[in-house]
Design a protein around this ligand. Sequence first.
Ligand SMILES: [Mg+2]
Length: 204
Amino acid sequence: MHSAELVGAIQRGLSELVTHADELRDLDQALGDGDLGITVSLGANAVIEALDAIPAESTPAEIARAAAKAFANANPSTMAALVAGGLLAGSKSWADVEDVDVSAVARFVQAAGDNIAQRGKTQLGDKTILDAIMPAADAFAAAPDGTAGLASAIDAAEKAVVETRDLQSRRGRASWLQERSIGLQDPGATAMWRFLQSWQKANA
Ligand SMILES: [Mg+2]
């Protein structure tokens, strides 16, 4: 996937993702402050707009960097900062990439997850977005091509999201609930799963 195709795919995927904003808001309301719906919809729309204005000769890394900047500036939440940092880290893994293939996607998602783990001081099982990102990265890394990679990343993320219900939240506002967080589905992990699903649906 080259730059022009990448821009269109991101924009279509994010247009679809915003249709899940109410679900993300409701999940975040149960576990946190309910701002995730706003963070995702403002961020997604800002990225769509920024990519409308990006020069045609931009590389995939420059596209990802522009997306990171737009997402961060759209909304001042912790999640927006973490996601933007992840996108920025992903963009650095694309220094020489002109054609985004499944191995480039795997590297990007892994770099984004590593960055989020480090900056968010979080690890797998803490019941955060990381719980869906890391299995998705592994799924892309093991897949023969992008279509198969996306399908298996969606399955892996969905499984991880279901598993978050049995976990206790250990990071962010949700951790204040302590054991009362058990039984509730993690909104951040759900956002990653919905993003992957939206990308597939919008670009089929
Ligand atoms: Mg929140």
